[in-house]
Write a protein that binds this ligand. Structure first.
Ligand code: GLY
Length: 424
């Protein structure tokens, strides 16, 4: 079969890498792709939000299956468009992608279904949100812009003044644009975050090994939020007992709720959880694979995912279980210095050809300039190592990083510190 992967980051490189191992997959196209993906696939310069351009490519190249990486085209309705044109697509239609596209929608659904999540209130204008904050007794509180804000629309406010400034910034100053037309104010739940990927046709589902990522730029999980600076899987926190609770308390009621409103969820549902005293609470849903967790999770899946994606695209998941490796996967993100704020691009990356054979290198923000691979984004590369232990995998990943260099290169040196300290 011919597969089209939409997107151009580390997540999509990992998807292409996994699909390229399938005996069923004869050719992979990417749009727009990146230089790492170009080694395995044919890249076309079509942006991930150019829905008509992508549909035209899929029709022209007679693509059998399109796998959508980022959330923006899904929320815009790429799955609806492809389905209308008879093009099989792995990813939820817009009505289901609302689980990520509108936090107010997903929180109300959780409340109605009794799915464990932080208490919240929804506001459309600054006055009533300010009054709510004035009456608040417990801080921190979490402010969330309702719509997609490229991972930036969440503020954790530690006191009343900070929260009042946050309300004005989102609802009055429109710091996050139209994504902040509606604001959610949520109770802050302390605990450990866990990312769970669920492959589903809307009814049947398969859960992948749980992962943990590090969203903060600084060591010790400090500083500004990023897309994610590293990840590891399977996260020991996501053991069988916990995943059973998540299945019955979260995954099944969520899928049932989406079926009930006439938008069965077909694709990859990413459940972002916070675990407190063994209890799962939903932080958020995403309608796509997580980045960088995917780069750690996919190397653990021993079975072919191409037929699974195809079954879901056709509306019926037949596969009942996936073979998962007993190994540990560890992903360190290498970023441009200054990220997630300003950074420069175009720096030559050296060392890519000398990486050890057992290291997976997934490109994120790279480009080719005058025949050389250069930096082209905030997150530049992911180095992924597998081993029988997390400490072994971490050692391999960090040893490999020493062979890579570019101007202003930055990475966190403490990825997985909790799991490493616990000796798992
Ligand atoms: N790693 C967080 C995300 O993909 O949203």
């Amino acid at each position: 079969m011919k597969v089209l992967v939409i997107g151009g980051g580390g997540r999509e490189h990992a998807l292409v890498w996994k699909l390229s191992q399938s005996p069923l997959v004869k050719k992979i196209y990417c749009a727009p792709g990146n230089p790492g993906m170009a080694a395995l696939a044919e890249c076309r310069p079509i942006a991930a939000d150019d829905l008509n351009g992508l549909a035209g490519l899929a029709q022209k190249e007679k693509i059998d299956l399109t796998v959508v990486g980022p959330e923006v085209p899904l929320v815009m309705g790429i799955a609806d468009l492809f389905t209308k044109k008879g093009l099989p697509v792995f990813g939820p239609e817009a009505g289901a992608a609302l689980l990520e596209g509108s936090k107010a929608f997903s929180k109300k659904l959780m409340r109605e279904k009794g799915i464990p999540t932080a208490d919240f209130a929804v506001f459309n204008e600054a006055g009533s949100a300010r009054n709510f904050i004035e009456a608040c007794r417990d801080f921190p509180v979490v402010l969330k812009a309702d719509g997609l804000a490229a991972g930036k629309g969440v503020l954790i406010c530690h006191d009343r003044d900070q929260a009042l400034r946050g309300v004005d910034s989102i609802l009055a100053d429109k710091t996050f644009g139209n994504a902040g037309n509606t604001l959610l104010i949520e109770q802050f739940i302390r605990g450990d975050e866990l990312s769970l990927f669920v492959l589903t046709d809307g009814e049947r589902y398969l859960m992948l090994p749980a992962a943990q990522d590090h969203k903060k730029i600084g060591e010790g999980d400090t500083g500004a939020n990023t897309g994610g600076m590293g990840a590891y899987a399977p996260a020991p926190l996501g053991d069988r007992a916990l995943l059973d609770k998540v299945a019955t308390q979260v995954v099944e009621p969520t899928l049932e709720a989406m079926r009930a409103i006439g938008h069965p969820y077909r694709g990859l549902l990413y459940v972002g959880l916070i675990i407190r005293e063994g209890k799962p609470f939903v932080l958020e849903y995403n309608c796509r694979f997580g980045d960088p967790e995917t780069q750690a999770v996919l190397p653990l899946i021993e079975d072919d995912l191409a037929p699974v994606f195809m079954q879901i695209a056709r509306g019926r998941l037949e596969t009942e279980r996936l073979k998962v490796s007993g190994r540990r996967a560890f992903d360190v993100v290498i970023a441009s210095g200054g990220y997630p704020a300003g950074y420069t691009r175009g720096h030559v990356i050296s060392g890519l050809d000398g990486l050890p054979e057992d290291i997976l290198c997934f490109h994120a923000g790279t480009a080719i300039k005058q025949g050389q691979t250069v930096t082209a984004g905030g997150r530049v590369l992911n180095l992924v190592a597998l081993d029988d232990t997390f400490s072994g995998a971490a050692k391999k990943a960090y040893a490999a990083i020493r062979g890579i260099s570019f101007k202003d290169m930055y990475y966190r040196r403490d990825i997985g510190y909790k799991v490493l300290e616990s000796g798992s």
